[in-house]
Design a protein around this ligand. Sequence first.
Ligand SMILES: NC(=O)c1ccc[n+]([C@@H]2O[C@H](COP(=O)([O-])OP(=O)(O)OC[C@H]3O[C@@H](n4cnc5c(N)ncnc54)[C@H](O)[C@@H]3O)[C@@H](O)[C@H]2O)c1
Ligand SMILES: Nc1nc(=O)c(N)c(NC[C@H](O)[C@H](O)[C@H](O)COP(=O)(O)O)[nH]1
Length: 275
Amino acid sequence: MSLATRDALEFPDSDRVFLEPHLPAQDTPQIDMPFTTLTFATSLDSSLALSPGARTVLSGPQSKAMTHYLRSRHDGILIGVGTALADDPGLNCRISGVGGYGKDGLDGQPRPVVIDSTARWDFSEDSKLFQLCRQGRGRAPWIITALAEPPAEKKALLERYGGKFISLQMKIAENGKYIIDWKALLVTLRTNGLQSVMIEGGGQVINSLLAPASMSLIDSVIVTIAPTWLGRGGVVVSPDRRFDEGGNPMSAARLKNVKWYPFGEDVVLCGQIKN
Ligand SMILES: NC(=O)c1ccc[n+]([C@@H]2O[C@H](COP(=O)([O-])OP(=O)(O)OC[C@H]3O[C@@H](n4cnc5c(N)ncnc54)[C@H](O)[C@@H]3O)[C@@H](O)[C@H]2O)c1
Ligand SMILES: Nc1nc(=O)c(N)c(NC[C@H](O)[C@H](O)[C@H](O)COP(=O)(O)O)[nH]1
């Protein structure tokens, strides 16, 4: 049995049918923005991980396979550099039958996109993502940076694998942190050929995207809820508070067309934000 076949995940057609209404249409080209899916796995206390930097398994086998199926249905998969540093992620799709897993080429393999404003990700040839590239089982990342001139050595390594830095103007908050313009980023990803993108996390990326100014850019939300609590101190998904004109706290808009699907011991929430 080949390495690829051994690692391949199965996600049955009988489960795929549930997700179809929540996925980018395969034959409808997007005009100026990619179809944007927010997807992540969370505990019962809305945590993505036990602590920043601690890769924490939440998904069971069925919902993990679902996530990899989602990756086969999106052109891009986006994370923040905090996730890249914590997880050394592969960011590829291991569903049986996609490129590198029983099929030649890279069909079904998403483009990894990493928001790394100051190019602090210390990737190397040994990073899992580049190992997969060498094995023909994944694509090289596009790294979104605020730097006009990314570090030459990192740029050279990236380009050797067919990846690239994409420099994007970002605002600088009072605390000195760069703040991305989500609409500008998504338009840039569409301009670079991505018709759809799934945003996987981590906490800072998700909470920023769920802010009032950018939440409406999301087309679909697919959340895996695992039957466990991670406790205080975790990486929590909980966006900044909203307030009405009277200064009273208010909730974000409810998701539309909500469906809940059990996958093994997890339940997966699917909903829409845009109409
Ligand atoms: N359970 C899940 O589904 C899931 C998914 C992804 C990550 N994780 C976990 O989450 C943790 C990482 O989350 P995190 O919050 O520490 O890091 P993160 O992945 O959200 O990355 C944070 C970094 O991304 C950049 N960034 C994020 N939002 C930005 C914005 N709006 N503008 C400009 N730059 C921005 C900044 O450089 C920031 O330091 C890890 O432990 C990882 O294992 C879990
Ligand atoms: N669906 C899901 N269930 C989990 O239990 C979990 N920890 C993540 N986390 C998402 C995060 O993006 C990934 O853990 C890595 O960053 C990528 O992992 P891969 O090497 O690409 O599989 N996602």
